[in-house]
Design a protein around this ligand. Structure first.
Ligand SMILES: Cc1ncc(COP(=O)(O)O)c(C=O)c1O
Length: 421
C-alpha cells in the first residue's frame, strides 16, 4: 500500500489523523491519561494510537501485533538520525538507548538489567538456552507437547547431537487444570532431570500454565527452567521476581507491540554460571550477563530503542489494565461464539485457565476459505490452525481492540455458519 492509499483507508475509517512535523505517518492526538476504570472511550483513544485503518479488526496478536505511532516514530527518528550521521561519535547515544531499553525490560519483568539479554526473538532466546546449557548422555529434559518448535524441535535435535533424552508431557484438551500439570511434572522428574521447558501461555489453544508452581518444584530439585513467554510477555503483567524461572523468553513484535526482530532472554543471576554463550563477537551489552552473552556483532540499535518505547507505551496505559482488557474481550468473543450452533471451542471455559488466545472449530467450514472471507469481506484478520489437532480458527484480541470489533466478528461468524463460505 502506498502513502496515498494508506491515507485514503484512514479517511474511510473515519480517523482524524494528521502529520506531525518530523514524523512519517499520520498521528492521532496524544494518548490520554488512563482513568481508574478505563471505559470504551478510553480504549477507543488507545486504538487511535495505531496506524491500522479503523475498518480493520486485527485479532492476531498471538502472531504479530502492530506497533503504535509513538513506537514507529521512535524507530523512524533513531534510524534517520543514524543514517544522517553514522559516525561512531553520533552513535554513542544509540548505545545508550540500547542500555536504556535493557533497564526498561528489567523494570517491565521486575528483575535486574544484569539479567537481561536483548535478542532477535523468542526463537533465538529459546535456542540460546538449549545450545548453552551443558547436557550429556544420561541427562533428561522435560518438555510439554504444546511447546513451539523453537523449544521442542530444538531440544529434540540437540538431544540427537549430545545424547541426552527428552520426555514430553501430554497436553489434554480442554485444559485439565494447574494441579494436573504440577502432578505430571512431579511424576516425570527423575534424579537425571536437568531442564524443564514449558510455555507460559500456549499459542495453540491458549492454555495458561502454572509457571510459578512448576518453577518452584524444579528449583527445589536443582532443575533449570525455561519459560517460553512469547504469548505472555506484553499481555500478562509478568513478574519474574515472583515466578523465578532460570530463563524466560519473549518477542517484541507480539503482545508488546514493539518492532520486529527484537526479543528478550532473561537469565536469572543464579543461572549465570550454568550457561555458555552461543555467539562470540564484538559489541556486547553493557552490564551483567549481556557483557558476555550479547556480543552478536552489529545490532539494529534504533529498533532496540523503539522496543523500549513500546514498553513505555504499555506501562503508561497500565499493564494490569491491558491484561484485564484483553481477557475481557476474549470472554466476550467466547460468549458470542458459544451462542452459534456448530462451533466447538477448544480454549478452556474456565477464565483462570485461559487468557487472550482463543481457538475453535467452525463446524465443517473450510477454515482457509473462511479466514479469507473474514479478511476480504469483513476486514477481520485472524489465524488458521490446520491439521487434525484442535484445528480451526484462532482469535487473539489485544488492548487495541474494542467491543465493536467483538460484535462485528461474532456477527460475521454467525453469517458464515448459517450460509457457508
Ligand atoms: C509459544 C511460542 N513460542 C515461540 C514462538 C516463536 O516466536 P518468534 O517467531 O517471535 O521467535 C511463538 C510464535 O508464535 C510462540 O507462540
Amino acid at each position: 500500500m502506498n502513502r496515498r492509499e494508506f491515507a485514503r483507508l484512514l479517511a474511510i475509517g473515519g480517523a482524524a489523523p494528521f502529520l506531525t512535523p518530523g514524523t512519517a505517518w499520520p498521528r492521532a492526538a496524544d494518548l490520554p491519561p488512563t482513568p481508574a476504570s478505563p471505559d470504551e472511550k478510553f480504549w477507543g483513544a488507545v486504538r487511535d494510537q495505531f496506524v491500522m485503518p479503523k475498518e480493520l479488526t486485527m485479532l492476531n496478536a498471538a502472531n504479530l501485533c502492530p506497533s503504535s505511532g509513538p513506537v514507529l516514530d521512535a524507530l523512524y527518528n533513531a534510524t534517520r538520525d543514524m543514517d544522517r550521521d553514522p559516525s561512531f561519535d553520533n552513535r554513542v547515544k544509540l548505545g545508550e538507548g540500547r542500555e536504556n531499553t535493557r533497564k526498561l525490560l528489567a523494570q517491565f519483568l521486575r528483575v535486574t538489567p544484569e539479567e537481561i539479554v536483548i535478542t532477535r526473538n523468542t526463537s533465538e532466546s529459546n535456542n540460546l538456552v538449549s545450545n548453552g546449557v551443558d547436557l550429556k548422555a544420561g541427562d533428561e529434559v522435560i518438555i510439554t507437547a504444546d511447546n513451539h518448535p523453537c523449544n521442542n524441535t530444538a531440544w529434540k535435535q540437540k538431544a540427537k547431537r549430545f545424547g541426552f533424552t527428552v520426555k514430553e508431557i501430554p497436553t489434554p484438551n480442554p485444559h485439565p487444570g494447574a494441579e494436573y500439570y504440577i502432578d505430571a511434572f512431579t511424576r516425570a522428574i527423575t534424579p537425571n532431570t536437568k531442564v524443564i521447558g514449558f510455555t507460559h501461555l500456549t499459542s495453540t489453544v491458549g492454555d495458561v500454565f502454572p509457571a510459578k508452581e512448576i518453577c518452584r518444584l524444579a528449583r527445589e530439585r536443582g532443575i533449570l527452567t525455561l519459560v517460553d513467554g512469547a504469548q505472555s510477555f506484553g499481555l500478562f503483567d509478568v513478574d519474574l521476581g515472583d515466578i523465578q524461572p532460570d530463563f524466560y523468553s519473549g518477542s517484541a513484535h507480539k503482545w508488546p507491540c514493539g518492532p520486529k526482530e527484537n526479543g528478550v532472554l532473561f537469565i536469572n543471576k543464579s543461572a549465570h554460571q550454568k550457561i555458555w554463550a552461543t555467539i562470540y563477537s564484538a559489541y556486547p551489552g553493557g552490564v551483567g550477563i549481556s557483557k558476555t552473552f550479547e556480543a552478536f556483532g552489529q545490532r539494529d540499535e534504533p529498533a532496540m530503542i523503539a522496543f523500549g518505547e513500546a514498553l513505555t507505551f504499555q506501562t503508561k496505559i497500565g499493564r494490569a489494565h491491558i491484561e484485564k482488557r484483553s481477557r475481557e474481550l476474549t470472554t466476550a468473543l467466547i460468549e458470542g461464539l458459544k451462542k452459534i450452533d456448530g462451533i466447538t471451542i477448544w480454549t478452556s471455559p474456565d477464565p483462570a485457565r485461559r487468557a487472550a488466545v482463543l481457538s475453535f472449530l467452525p463446524g465443517s467450514l473450510d477454515v482457509r476459505k473462511l479466514s479469507a472471507a473474514l479478511y476480504k469481506t469483513d476486514h477481520i484478520g485472524c489465524a488458521t490452525r490446520g491439521g487434525q489437532d484442535r484445528g480451526g480458527l484462532r482469535f487473539s484480541p489485544h488492548f487495541y481492540n474494542t467491543h465493536a470489533d467483538v460484535e462485528r466478528t461474532v456477527a460475521a461468524m454467525k453469517k458464515y455458519m448459517a450460509t457457508g463460505v
